[in-house]
Design a protein around this ligand. Structure first.
Ligand SMILES: [Zn+2]
Ligand SMILES: [Zn+2]
Length: 113
């Protein structure tokens, strides 16, 4: 696992490689269901449910990264291969695998015009 600036979280976050992703991916749909079940069982709003419902995916993510309390909807976008390469200039991830420039520093690969 490596940490990069996350464009969506607007902070430095851990990104999961494929091996790590495979451990957590099957838990993400379950986490969604756990949250729905929690809301029904406790008759509470989504914010309260998110705060109190500690799904398996959240627990595994915490074990892997040391960061507690992240929900499946946040974990979903921390799969490393969904992002571009590491910018050789500033070290941020390019925002997509097909990005033609770095949104942080403006770096462009030589090969892509
Ligand atoms: Zn993020
Ligand atoms: Zn850059």
């Amino acid at each position: 696992m490596k940490s990069y600036y996350c464009w969506k979280c607007e902070r430095e976050m851990p990104f999961l490689d494929e091996q790590e992703w495979q451990q957590i991916e099957p838990l993400l749909p379950l986490a969604k269901q756990e949250l729905i079940d929690y809301r029904i069982a406790h008759n509470c709003d989504l914010t309260t449910a998110k705060r109190n419902c500690y799904s398996q995916a959240t627990q595994i993510f915490e074990l892997m990264t040391g960061l507690p309390g992240f929900h499946f909807d946040v974990i979903y976008h921390h799969r490393l291969c969904d992002w571009g390469e590491e910018c050789p200039s500033c070290g941020h991830l390019l925002r997509t695998p097909k990005a033609s420039f770095c949104a942080n520093c403006g770096w462009r690969p030589e090969s892509k015009p």
